[in-house]
Design a binder for this molecule. Structure first.
Ligand code: GRF
Length: 243
């Protein structure tokens, strides 16, 4: 299975996947690593492992000239299905969506040029629109997966560990899930939990959780590579995953 990993930051999950690949225990090839930030340390990790990298600057699209190279009808169709831009001003929302789609188009071109079959988000801090997701849709198999630092649906968003800690949870968790049009809402593939002790700091919680993330992401990639992850049923609107 040819995987592309998208990152924004330090890339410790990427490193865990690289390490497993070097050990021969990953049933997939990491063919490229993309980032929305040129300064992401994960890019250095990829370089050191000899993996192709690319950077797509969202800023360039979000702040630059209006995008006129996308069909209005296509933008409208994506807008009808997207759930991430809640801007009620239709014109502003469409403009922003178009800019996101233009950035995604550049990412897609890189991923396609490397023949990527599965996209693994590993600390990628951008929300993806249906425009991107459709290109990797593989019916009941995952095309884009994400790792999240909390036990979804608790604590979606960017600060899973901090939110888990501040809430005073006695258990924290991590989730690997299909990516859909929402924010951290796709069907769950795997979760793992860890205890939180009274004397723990937020940093302890983060470390314990990250350790689990690093073990679990490679495991899930292997399940997917062996074609063992399927969406099997929908009950009350939720998909179930069969491993
Ligand atoms: C991880 O906690 C992951 O769950 C979240 O972002 C963080 C990325 O960390 N989505 P790293 O860049 O892999 O070190």
């Amino acid at each position: 299975l040819r995987i592309g990993v998208l990152i924004s930051g330090s890339g410790t999950n990427l490193q865990a996947l690289i390490d497993q690949a070097l050990r021969g225990t990953l049933d997939a090839n990491i063919v490229c690593v993309g980032s929305d930030r040129a300064a992401a340390y994960g890019l250095v990790r990829a370089h050191e492992a000899g993996i192709a990298t690319f950077v797509v600057s969202y800023e360039k699209y979000l702040k630059g000239d209006p995008i006129d190279s996308l069909e209005e009808a296509e933008v409208e169709a994506v807008d009808a299905r997207q759930r991430i831009l809640r801007d009620s001003d239709e014109e502003a929302r469409r403009d922003r969506l178009k800019r996101l789609m233009a950035a995604e188009r550049e990412i897609l071109a890189h991923l396609e040029c490397h023949g990527v079959e599965l996209v693994c988000l590993a600390g990628f801090m951008r929300l993806l629109t249906p425009y991107f997701l459709d290109r990797f849709r593989r019916e009941d198999r995952p095309g884009v997966v994400n790792i999240h630092p909390a036990l979804l649906p608790a604590f979606p968003g960017q600060h899973g560990y901090r939110d888990t800690y501040l809430y005073g949870c006695k258990w924290g968790g991590i989730t690997i899930h299909f990516v859909d049009e929402g924010e951290d809402t796709g069907p769950v593939i795997a979760q793992a939990v860890y205890p939180i002790w009274d004397e723990d700091t937020c940093q302890d919680v983060r470390q314990r959780g990250l350790h689990l993330e690093h073990l679990m992401y490679a495991q899930v990639v292997n399940w997917i590579a062996r074609d063992q992850v399927r969406l099997v049923a929908r009950s009350e609107g939720r998909a179930r995953v069969l491993i």
